[in-house]
Design a protein around this ligand. Structure first.
Ligand SMILES: [Zn+2]
Length: 87
């Protein structure tokens, strides 16, 4: 079951099934949301990641490997890679 954290008119935040870390995904399609949408999404992701990993214990990953043409960002803690292969 994928954990679902947040949903609003701009974006949703849920666990990435591949990485097992929270990920924010823009509702609209495209690689470059307006600045205020990016700010909004990073803020929502920050709330979730701070709650799950602790403040300052994760980093924002905006590299769009999985869906290159659709804006999304991961919150990665230092152990995510290890966890991915130990499941
Ligand atoms: Zn992922």
């Amino acid at each position: 079951m994928t954990e679902w954290y947040h949903e609003d008119e701009v974006c949703w935040v849920a666990d990435c099934e591949v990485c097992d870390v929270p990920m924010v995904v823009w509702r609209e399609h495209g690689p470059t949301p307006p600045d205020e949408a990016v700010e909004h999404m990073v803020a929502r992701l920050t709330e979730v990641a701070d709650w799950r990993f602790g403040e300052g214990k994760w980093s924002l990953d905006r590299v769009m490997r999985q869906i290159p043409d659709h804006f999304h960002a991961h919150a990665r803690d230092p152990d995510w890679w290890y966890r991915r292969f130990s499941r």
